[in-house]
Design a protein around this ligand. Structure first.
Ligand SMILES: Nc1nc2c(ncn2[C@@H]2O[C@H](COP(=O)(O)OP(=O)(O)OP(=O)(O)O)[C@@H](O)[C@H]2O)c(=O)[nH]1
Ligand SMILES: [Mg+2]
Length: 396
């Protein structure tokens, strides 16, 4: 069960699982009175000290249940926040997690206030609990504003870096997919990097970019980033918007899924929902069916990838060459073209772009001029319009 995996990734040991299917949910405690009693007994028997709900609880529900079972109660969002907090490494990641945590906490504080003011003062008086709470709340709001400002700065820096990147035209390919699908494993294989990978969920929080060369010799930037999950808590989408926006700048999205998972279709759908929410569903998407090695030969041959999908194993490397070729095909927004160019000795910067982002087929030096035949992505060709010679030189 997914919640059990989440709990383990957050460092919990799962003692027991209780399932309730109920048409009508109890507004006060979500699950019914009888079920709650059963849960209370199971907690006592197993000695568990924490109850995790696979749903989002309102602050009031959380308090009511805690009062009834006399144990700490957390909901799914809180578990995910905990995992994120464990895995945030960079300053930006830590700011984003803290912001999400405080936004989660704020309305919950209000609920506690009622209790505290009851404890603290009589009818009609503002008890010390209430005053304390107001102070806490004000402090938290101040901290939230500060975090939002810091993140806005980070976001501007990121945009700035992106626009600097854009002056050197190079397409970004973004990895997206459910948590644990194998994005980082694939990233490492393609770019010979060592981003940490792990069977725990949400191993990656911080976006990473690396250069990658495709079979056409075209270079792209590959980005690895945070994984998605069913009902990704909204506070997290909001906090991680800057990170997720990387996908928005991509020329191509690789939607990685674990084809050995019985929930593959559902997970893919969930990822599409988040992509839709951050407004990038109109980008070209190449589906990558990963973990093919876990399928039986029969299951493998039943896979029919088609034009928009490739089946691979990031672990063994099977299918990866085909994936690279497919990436080249899907980057049709910036196709590679063969051109002839002429530079003077003073135009070394532009010439170096040709070497860096294209493939030089031939080079000759004549009367102090450098003549080059090369294959270039269309975007770079447009920028080097003034240097084109030979056929098609005046074509835009
Ligand atoms: N058998 C098999 N295991 C794989 C394959 N690709 C990845 N894994 C394993 O799946 C687990 C998750 O891989 P990651 O690369 O960390 O997954 P991710 O998508 O980056 O996950 P998050 O960063 O948590 O979103 C790791 O234990 C990997 O070793 C594969 O092709 N075959
Ligand atoms: Mg990862």
């Amino acid at each position: 069960m997914e919640l059990a995996e989440l709990a383990r990734s957050a460092g919990a040991i799962v003692a027991d699982t209780v399932v309730q299917s109920r048409e009508r949910l109890d507004p006060a405690t979500l699950i019914g009175r009888g079920k709650l009693e059963e849960v209370r007994q199971r907690l006592a028997e197993t000695g568990a000290d924490l109850l995790i709900f696979d749903a989002d609880l309102t602050p009031t529900q959380q308090r009511n249940i805690e009062a009834r079972i006399e144990r700490r109660v957390v909901d799914r969002t809180q578990v995910i926040l905990d995992i994120f907090a464990r895995h945030a490494r960079t300053r930006e990641g830590q700011l984003q997690v803290e912001l999400a945590q405080l936004n989660y906490l704020l309305p919950r504080l209000a609920g506690r206030g009622i209790e505290m003011s009851r404890l603290g003062g009589g009818i009609g008086t503002r008890g010390p609990g209430e005053t304390q709470l107001e102070m806490d709340r004000r402090r938290i709001r101040r901290r939230i504003r500060l975090l939002e400002e810091s993140l806005e700065t980070v976001r501007r820096q990121r945009m700035h870096r992106r626009s600097r990147r854009a002056t050197i035209p190079i397409a970004t390919v973004a990895l997206a997919g459910y948590t644990n699908a194998g994005k980082s494993t694939l990233f490492n294989r393609l770019t010979q990097s060592e981003v940490p990978t792990s069977p725990q969920m949400f191993a990656t929080l911080d976006p990473t970019l690396r250069m990658l060369e495709l079979p056409s010799r075209r270079r792209v930037l590959l980005s690895d980033t945070v994984g998605f999950i069913r009902n990704l808590p909204h506070t997290l989408i909001k906090a991680f918007r800057a990170t997720l926006e990387e996908a928005g700048e991509a020329a191509l999205i690789l939607l990685v899924s674990d084809c050995s998972s019985p929930n593959r279709a559902q997970q893919e759908e969930d990822v599409r929902k988040v992509l839709d929410e951050i407004g990038v569903l109109d980008k070209p998407i190449l589906h990558v069916w990963n973990k093919m090695d876990l399928l039986t030969p029969g299951q493998q041959s039943a896979l029919q990838p088609g034009e928009d999908a490739v089946s691979i194993s990031a672990l063994t490397g099977a299918g990866v060459d085909e994936l690279l070729r497919a990436m080249d095909r899907h980057l049709s927004v910036d196709p590679v073209e063969r051109v002839q160019l002429r530079f003077t000795q003073l135009q070394g910067r532009e010439l170096s772009w040709v070497y860096e982002f294209g493939r030089v087929l031939q080079r000759e030096e004549r009367n102090g001029l450098i003549e080059v035949e090369a294959e270039l992505p269309h975007s770079l060709r447009s920028r080097l319009q003034a240097f084109l010679t030979g056929p098609g030189a005046s074509r835009p």
